[in-house]
Design a protein around this ligand. Structure first.
Ligand SMILES: *[C@@H]1O[C@H](CO)[C@@H](O)[C@H](O)[C@H]1NC(C)=O
Ligand SMILES: *[C@@H]1O[C@H](CO)[C@@H](O)[C@H](O)[C@H]1NC(C)=O
Length: 228
């Protein structure tokens, strides 16, 4: 039990890794932090290990959650997306992502190249998909069953900038002009703007086909579509 508590402490605070950020893992390192520091099981952390929200859940395995990744240039997140839910448009400023589809069908992945070309694909179980560093991208489950996938990143702390939420931090007049709407139009968009890490019922055709309860506000769905 003591050992378990110690492991949790190391996992949460990672004090022992501070002096080892850049260096190789050596016999001394392993002796200092213990072999168990090199595995990470979010299930042992109970609800702390999984972010469950409307539309899906996420288990991040980044340096913040798993200090052993410090200096290793790699990290991972495991996702479950509910039927018709999506992971809205976002950017990782420090990493390229490589998705592996554990289980799913009718699963949309896409990004936009730096010169504006859309790269959209439908994938299913066993496929991989690339999301290049710094480019706006999304995932959307258009199947009537949960989709499960893992994304690995070539940075221990990839960072995530949500595209639509970020845009909203600019002056309203600047955003309204960017979107080509007047201030009334922009405040309507803002009031319908989705807030979470996932968007539930993101596609009306999917919701009808899968016979799900429609989203509470139709406006939420169209605002989400505007973001990308
Ligand atoms: C979850 O996090 C809280 C707050 O940091 C902590 O008190 C609790 O012990 C954690 N639970 C587990 C199972 O690690
Ligand atoms: C804002 O734009 C909408 C839609 O184009 C239009 O119906 C409305 O009259 C405009 N409002 C103002 C104050 O210009």
């Amino acid at each position: 039990m003591m050992k378990f508590a110690l492991l949790i402490l190391i996992a949460l605070f990672g004090v022992s890794f501070a002096s080892n950020d850049e260096g190789p893992i050596t016999a001394q390192t392993v002796q200092k932090v213990g072999a168990k520091a090199y595995v990470y099981n979010p299930l042992l952390l109970g609800t702390n290990g999984t972010q469950k929200t409307d539309g899906g859940s996420r288990q991040q395995r980044m340096v913040g959650q798993w200090p052993a990744l410090a200096g290793q240039g790699i990290s991972q997140t495991v996702f479950t997306l509910e039927p018709c839910a999506m992971r809205p448009a976002h950017v990782h400023p420090r990493a390229t992502g490589l998705l592996y589809m554990i289980s799913g069908a009718k699963f949309m992945v896409g990004y936009v190249t730096e010169d504006g070309t859309p790269v959209n694909n439908e994938i299913s179980t066993g496929a991989s998909a690339l999301f290049p560093i710094g480019l706006v991208h999304y995932q959307q489950n258009l199947d009537c069953f949960d989709a499960t996938y893992v994304i690995s990143y070539n940075h221990e702390d990839p960072g995530t900038q949500m595209t639509y939420a970020s845009l909203q931090q600019l002056p309203a007049a600047a955003v309204a002009a960017t979107l080509g709407v007047n201030t009334t139009g922009y405040s309507n968009l803002l009031s319908a703007s989705p807030k979470g890490i996932f968007i539930k019922s993101s596609d009306p055709e999917c919701v009808a086909r899968c016979q799900l309860a429609p989203a509470k506000s139709g406006a939420t769905v169209s605002a989400a579509s505007v973001s990308g």
